[in-house]
Structure formats: C-alpha cells, structure tokens
Write a protein that binds this ligand. Structure first.
Ligand code: GDP
Ligand code: IMO
Ligand code: MG
Length: 428
C-alpha cells in the first residue's frame, strides 16, 4: 500500500474526516485533490473536536505533510481563518506541514457573490449550494478566465487579471443580477496581503507527491463530498462542481492513475444529503427525524439540517463501480441502535423492471421506487465493540449484506466519532 484514496460513497458527510484521521496513522502524506471549503470534515481526538474545511485532516498530526493539490479551489480568506482556528487550538500550520499547489485556482470575492446571486435567481430551483463560491470558481477555471495561485504571486499578472475579470464580473453582477459592483481596489489590497502570506506554502505539488510515492512513502488522498455529488456521475445538476470520485485524484494532483493502489469508500450505515436534489430512500417521517437527532445530522459547513433516509445500496454499488473501490468503511452503525427494524434499498422498480443502477435523468429517478430488504435491529452495545466478533449478530448480518450486495469487502467499521471507536476488519 503506498497511495490510497478515502472517498465518500454517498452524498458527502459519511465520516471521511474521521477515517482520514484514523488511516493517516499509516501515511506520511495527506492530500486534498478537489473541492474547497465547501467540505466540512470532523475529527475527534481525545476530548477535542476539530472541524476542517480546506486543510487536509492530516494536519492534526505533527509529523505528516499535508497537500492542497491543483484540483482544489482555494479561498485565501478561508484558508487563513482556518489556519488561525487551528493555531488557536494548538495545532501548528507551517510550510513544513502544509503545501499548496501553484496551479490551484483562487476563489475571488466575485465568485462568492455570484454563487449567492445565482442561487437567489434560481428561486425554487436552487441547488442549495454552500455559498462558498465553489461553482463560479470552477466555471472560470474551465472557461479559462480563472486566477491561479501562481498568478496571485505575480504582482503584475495578478493586477492585470484582477482588473480585467472584476470589470467583466461587475457588469454581470449589476446588469444580470441587479447586485452591487465590487470595489477592485479593495480586492487588490486584500489579495496582495494574502499573496505575501501564502507564498511560503506554495510549490509544484504534482512533483512533490510524485516523488513521495516514488520514494515508497504512504500517501493518503482525502476526498471531499461524495459519489453522487460528482459533476459527471452524480445527480446533476444537484451536485458540486468537481470530480469527487477516484478519477479526480489523477487530474487533481497531476499523477498517473496507475500510481493509486487502493480506494476505500466511506459509507454511512444510512443515507444523508444536504441541499436539494433527488433522494429515493429519504424518510420524511419521525424515523428520519429520529435518525437526524440521534446521528447529529447537521451540516458542518452551513449548519443546515441534513435530510436522512435508509441505506441505499444502489448508490454504494455505483460508487464501487465508478471509483474502483477496493473496500468499504462503514460508519455510524451505532446511530441506528435501538431501531426495531432497519430497511436497506437493494434496487429500484422502474418501468416494470428492477434496476440496480442510478438513472441519469432526474425524471426517471422520480419514477423509481426503492425495493427494500428489512433487517432486525441491534442495541446500544454496538458502540462498545472494538472487535468485529464483538458486534451484535444483527449488526454483523447487516454488514455482511452490504459486502455481498456491493461485491466489496468491508475493511473498517466505525461505531462512534472517536479514533478508538473504530475496528479494522481487513486490509483496505
Ligand atoms: P465528512 O464530511 O465525511 O468528514 O463527515 P462529517 O464530519 O461532515 O460528518 C460525519 C459526522 O459523524 C461527524 O460529526 C463525525 O464526528 C461523526 N462520526 C463519524 N463516524 C462516526 C460513527 O461511526 N458514529 C458516530 N456516532 N458518529 C460518527
Ligand atoms: P463533505 O466533504 C455534503 C453539497 C451542497 C449542495 C451541493 C453543491 O463534508 O462531505 P457547492 O457549494 O459545492 O456548489 O454545493 O453540494 N455539498 C456537500 N454536501 N458534504 C459536503 O462536503 C458537501 N460539499 C458540497 O450542500 O447540495
Ligand atoms: Mg462533511
């Protein structure tokens, strides 16, 4: 094992932060390859809880190198706020511990403003974004009018690009959306300060990560969001604007896909989603409410209520296919403790057939009816188990069905938010 990925196998918030922290013990380098501060990864170490958005979860260790790759979109304001938060918590963030790609794109004030204005203009068809400017920043990257970290560091280039793009965006903001124009001088001053502060952290991370893998170091790629939020494979348009699946690693870092050895999909024992979009197994009743309260299902980044529903194995199986998952880590089986019966979706009734894949068209998806298997529940003793053998028999049955249906072994089971509430079942 030298380069492995931790990925969300559902709609995000599966416990990637916890799993990255757990697996980082076996890695020297922890790498973010896509997304930005739309992510919210929770790590509990001892009695302390940390919430990370942009900085890889390996930062909580003293001896790991953390990398923000070229596929990530970086909001410098959010970056320095997060560094400030971590340092207050006693976590050092130095250029020896954190490096940032010179090719990563920079989130500008107009991206954040446009994210909000576009959402407002969409009205009832809004996506429910995090409002962090992620979509507009990736839009500019693809449209070839983005500002990269290397541009930010080049005084003259930055000023030229900033003046040109802000003028264009201001026209868009005021004429299309009726918003208020941004003050380019203020942005120039603010971002010139960020450039000074960010410079020591910046390097060619593709070269660094490549060399680390070549030197047989263990490298962990920490995914953000989840399979169904992928721009290509997810529930478009109710997705984020990056490739959240394994393919995103190669482009998001600049290494060949053959350098990746394993990919662990993190799957919650049930399903949640924040924001709008289809959700076939959603529970709009008191059971859904009970899961939300028991599992503390509130967004780490926006504080929004997460929608909750039964485990949908059609989704997890799709994640296996799309990302070539070599194993699954199942989290939060403790949250379901106390339920008499637990349902699991193993297919959708669609046009008289039963299908086990996610249709592309949202209209087709709306006509899909989940096919459920019903399992007997388990009790709270599940949270005390530290070995697979010690899990209640019904919890083991549940896990075995997940492995069987997805044709993927379960390598890790998590029974609580803390590092030690984790059991290793097999190699990842
Ligand atoms: P991420 O975005 O995938 O890193 O996940 P979040 O941090 O947004 O949400 C997962 C939440 O579940 C966090 O509050 C974690 O501390 C918590 N968590 C992770 N694994 C477990 C588990 O096995 N049981 C319980 N009860 N909580 C867990
Ligand atoms: P982690 O890494 C859950 C969702 C938003 C919205 C959609 C688009 O913590 O799992 P965006 O701001 O990215 O343009 O929003 O994607 N979303 C997430 N949902 N977990 C996340 O990250 C998310 N990041 C974005 O709620 O529906
Ligand atoms: Mg999260």
């Amino acid at each position: 094992m030298s380069a492995f990925i931790v990925l969300g196998a559902q709609w995000g918030d599966e416990g990637k932060g916890k799993m990255t922290d757990y697996l980082a013990e076996e890695a020297e380098v922890v790498v973010r390859f896509q997304g930005g501060n739309n992510a919210g990864h929770t790590v509990e170490v001892g009695e302390r809880q940390y919430k990370l958005h942009l900085i890889p979860s390996g930062i909580l260790y003293d001896n790991k190198l953390n990398v923000i790759g070229n596929g990530v979109v970086v909001d410098p304001k959010a970056l320095f706020e997060e560094i400030g938060y971590l340092e207050k918590e006693g976590v050092k963030v130095t250029p020896e511990k954190l490096i940032i790609s010179d090719r990563a794109h920079v989130i500008m004030p107009y991206h954040k403003l446009l994210d909000k204005l576009k959402e407002k203009a969409r009205g009832k068809n809004d996506i429910g974004t995090t409002g962090k400017g992620i979509g507009p920043c990736y839009t500019d990257k693809i449209e070839r009018s983005g500002i990269r970290i290397c541009d930010l560091l080049h005084e003259k280039v930055f000023e030229e690009k900033l003046r040109e793009y802000t003028a264009m965006k201001n026209a868009y903001i005021t004429k299309v959306y009726g918003g208020e124009a941004l003050d380019v001088e203020r942005i120039l001053k603010e971002y010139t300060e960020y450039a000074k502060r960010i410079r020591p952290f910046v390097q060619d991370t593709s070269v660094k990560v490549y060399n680390e893998i070549k030197a047989n170091k263990n490298v962990l790629f920490e995914g953000a969001q989840g399979m169904l939020l992928d721009i290509d494979c997810g529930t478009y348009p109710y997705v984020t604007s990056s490739n959240t699946t394994a393919g995103g690693v190669s482009n998001g870092i600049g290494i060949g896909p053959n350098m990746i050895t394993n990919a662990v999909g993190i799957a919650k024992a049930y399903t949640t989603r924040v924001g709008k979009g289809p959700f076939p197994t959603e529970l709009l009743d008191e059971v859904g409410e009970w899961i939300r309260e028991t599992g503390h299902e509130y967004g780490v980044t926006t504080g929004r209520k997460r929608r909750c529903g039964w485990l949908d194995l059609v989704i997890v199986k799709s994640a296996v296919r799309v990302s070539g998952l070599t194993s699954l880590a199942v989290t939060k089986i403790d949250t379901l403790a106390g339920l008499e019966n637990i349902k699991v979706c193993v297919g959708y009734k669609f046009n008289g057939d039963v299908i086990d894949y996610f249709p592309a068209s949202l209209e087709d998806l709306a006509n899909c009816e989940p096919v459920y298997e019903i399992f007997d529940g388990w009790d709270n003793s599940v949270a005390d188990a530290r070995r697979y053998e010690d899990l209640p028999a019904n919890a083991k049955k549940y896990l075995e069905r997940i492995a069987e249906f997805t044709e993927t072994k379960i390598s890790i089971v998590s029974v609580g938010p803390k590092r030690d509430q984790t059991m290793r079942v097999s190699e990842i």
